[in-house]
Design a protein around this ligand. Structure first.
Ligand SMILES: [Zn+2]
Length: 54
């Protein structure tokens, strides 16, 4: 069963964007990005709220 391609976009000023069919992977990548680049600890729920169909 193929999952839909999802994407997460960061602030336009940042320009970070990640796409994946794997929701868990997306969340992990986005959380790591927020931590490394913005010194922010995002929750899974916050990240899911940013998730869109690609
Ligand atoms: Zn960013």
């Amino acid at each position: 069963m193929a999952e839909k391609l999802k994407k997460i976009e960061c602030d336009p000023k940042c320009g970070f964007m990640v796409q994946s069919h794997d929701e868990k992977e997306l969340i992990e990548i986005a959380k790591e990005h927020a931590k490394k680049f913005h010194n922010m600890t995002a929750t899974d729920e916050q990240v899911k709220g940013m998730m869109k169909d690609a």
